[in-house]
Design a protein around this ligand. Structure first.
Ligand SMILES: NC(=O)c1ccc[n+]([C@@H]2O[C@H](COP(=O)([O-])OP(=O)(O)OC[C@H]3O[C@@H](n4cnc5c(N)ncnc54)[C@H](OP(=O)(O)O)[C@@H]3O)[C@@H](O)[C@H]2O)c1
Length: 313
């Protein structure tokens, strides 16, 4: 995807080197010919933070760092101090240092701070999608609690854009991708949710950074897709014959430590911005979630076929 700012001289610094999204974003921006650097310096180590900012002198910082937990966010329940240190203190210290230096900063955050209302069988969403201005209404996991708290604080920082991702999906079967996760579970719940197809969304990040967008933004494809809809599309396009078993949210609750957020985010603000950038000549598009999944799985299939053709297993 080309952007109209290919000649931009801005220097970008991505925080969270080695992380799943940080590395994808860096590769994308390198392909776009951008002057992009990355670091794994601990955000809460202010001396190290100042040193690397002095050294690299970035015009823009993109924070993709944070404790997400391994194998999942249940880790945060048992490591609350580590989670606070990174997701709260670290994020605020780094964003604060950037604000003091007047460096525009983007923070990758989460939409998992909401819970939608569902029909009794959980197949339909009864409440309206959450807007950026709606207060958080889900704190069933410590991870979500830290993220909601930090977002509330970051709203007061100048020159900061907070992007709320949900259930991010890559075009490959990376273990961190939502599709890979639900494919690997013995049983999976079936609840409509907002999802972020990274192929569609990551290219917007350098554009938002260049134009110094600020505030809070729901960063998902529009609409909501259920787990079964996702897996049906996966079986149709990528792996015919793939099957899975469902269980209820109540049954799921017995095998996880922290509660999980299920919700739909309102993408009106995001789509308005995307439309504006398209009018300026940027080739960006954020398709409705079912169409986005169709395209994602078609790219996944094509990627598999080209690797098989090249003899790479
Ligand atoms: N993946 C998802 O499902 C999802 C969904 C919504 C939002 N997000 C958000 O998107 C961001 C990136 O997620 P991701 O999936 O790329 O996570 P990831 O693969 O876990 O990467 C996060 C990176 O941040 C590093 N990190 C953690 N604490 C740090 C600190 N205090 N200072 C510097 N680096 C630190 C981690 O290194 P160590 O492991 O060595 O600490 C890791 O390399 C996170 O903020 C996450 O909350 C992710």
């Amino acid at each position: 995807m080309m952007s109209a700012d290919a000649s931009s001289n801005l220097r970008y610094l991505i925080w969270g080197e080695g992380g799943w999204i940080a590395d994808q974003l860096k590769n994308l921006m390198l392909k776009q010919g951008k002057d992009v650097h990355s670091t794994a310096v601990r955000m809460q180590n202010i001396d190290e933070v100042r040193k690397i900012l002095d050294e690299i002198k970035p015009d823009r910082v993109i924070i993709c760092a944070g404790k997400t937990g391994r194998p999942n966010v249940d880790w945060c329940e048992d490591h609350k101090m580590d989670t606070i240190e990174s997701n709260v203190l670290g994020t605020l210290m780094l964003a604060g240092e950037c604000a003091n230096r007047k460096i525009h900063t983007i923070v990758l955050a989460t939409g998992c701070i909401y819970r939608s209302e569902y029909s009794a069988d959980r197949t339909k969403i009864l409440s309206r999608p959450f807007k950026e201005t709606d207060p958080a209404n889900f704190n069933g996991s410590f991870y979500s609690e830290t993220k909601a708290y930090v977002e509330g604080m970051l709203r007061h920082y100048e020159g900061v854009l907070v992007l709320r991702l949900r259930m991010p999906v890559s075009d490959d079967l990376h273990p961190r991708s939502f599709v890979t996760k639900i494919k690997s579970y013995a049983r999976v719940v079936n609840v409509p949710n907002s999802h972020s197809i990274l192929h569609d969304l990551l290219p917007l990040i350098p554009i938002f950074a260049e134009h110094k967008e600020t505030g809070v933004l729901n960063f998902t494809n529009p609409g909501a897709a259920s787990h079964n809809e996702v897996l049906e599309l996966y079986a149709e396009i990528v792996e015919p014959g793939f099957t899975w078993e469902n269980f209820t949210l109540e049954e799921q609750a017995k095998v996880i430590k922290a509660d999980r957020s299920n919700c739909e985010l309102d993408c009106g603000k995001l789509l308005g911005l995307v439309e504006g950038y398209r009018e300026e000549g940027y080739e960006v598009e954020v398709p409705e979630i079912h169409e986005a999944y169709r395209r994602c799985f078609a790219r996944m299939k094509a990627g598999e076929q080209s690797r098989a053709g090249a003899g790479v297993v």
